[in-house]
Design a protein around this ligand. Structure first.
Ligand SMILES: Cc1ncc(COP(=O)(O)OP(=O)(O)O)c(N)n1
Ligand SMILES: Cc1ncsc1CCOP(=O)(O)O
Ligand SMILES: [Mg+2]
Length: 211
């Protein structure tokens, strides 16, 4: 999951619900359509055995395409299953313990729209900080609204990459890229694109390149 030398890149998050055996081909076709730095498996409320099966089926698809594979919410399971890292929210356990457990693996932390949370995450060794939501989203109920000033401030002050999330599309992403986002994390822009995920990724890549 390399960031700044390649400019802003796509951070793809899985759809909220999926059947891994069926989704495998959908994922492969989407990843083959363009540039993705990282895939986050985000299956809220799935049982650990179901998450495990999804990791076993989907991580090889990502790795075959040089895409890092992160697990949402659970650093211990990420470590146990050999994922490239974990994404943790503010309610997802002890971040310092997760940092120690993950070792060299990637740790990303949700910081909502808070400079304070982002500096805390940076101090404890997060590999990236995530800000959002930048736009209204149908994927998750959100309580925080982030603005481009946060991305400008963070990228001027710190080397640690920042991720923008929340309602991001090809049409609205330009200001985020220009403000310094290292990654744009998306669900709907790819999986719900009217012309399909491959088209969704292609137009998002093109919009980032044009920003
Ligand atoms: C890249 C990225 N940023 C933020 C989130 C949100 O994480 P969290 O606040 O823990 O909420 P849930 O995803 O667990 O609903 C994320 N998953 N990925
Ligand atoms: C997981 C998450 N955290 C903040 S907004 C969001 C959902 C992002 O999905 P979309 O790209 O469809 O708005
Ligand atoms: Mg979480």
């Amino acid at each position: 999951m390399s960031a700044t030398d390649a400019g802003c890149r796509v951070y793809l998050v899985t759809p909220p619900a999926l059947d891994p055996a069926r989704f495998r081909d959908t994922l492969a076709a989407a990843l083959d359509a363009g540039d993705v730095a990282c895939l986050q498996l985000r299956l809220k409320d799935a049982a650990p055995d179901d998450v495990k099966r999804a990791v076993e089926l989907l991580m090889p698809v990502a790795h075959a395409r040089d895409v890092a594979f992160l697990l949402n919410d659970d650093a211990r399971l990420a470590k146990e299953l050999g994922c490239d890292g974990a994404h943790l929210g503010q309610e997802d356990g002890d971040h310092a313990a997760a940092r120690a457990l993950l070792g060299e693996a990637t740790l990303g932390i949700t910081c909502h729209a808070s400079r304070h949370l982002a500096m805390e995450a940076g101090e404890l060794g997060a590999d990236y900080v995530a800000f959002g939501a930048f736009f209204p989203t149908a994927t998750k109920v959100t309580e925080h609204e982030a603005g481009t000033d946060l991305l400008e401030w963070w990228s001027e002050m710190f080397e640690i990459p920042c991720v923008a999330i929340g309602g991001i599309t090809a049409e609205n992403c330009g200001p985020l890229v220009r403000a310094g986002a290292d990654f744009l994390a998306v669900v709907g822009a790819v999986w719900n694109h009217p012309e399909g995920p491959a088209a969704g990724l292609r137009v998002l890549n093109a919009a980032i390149a044009a920003a």
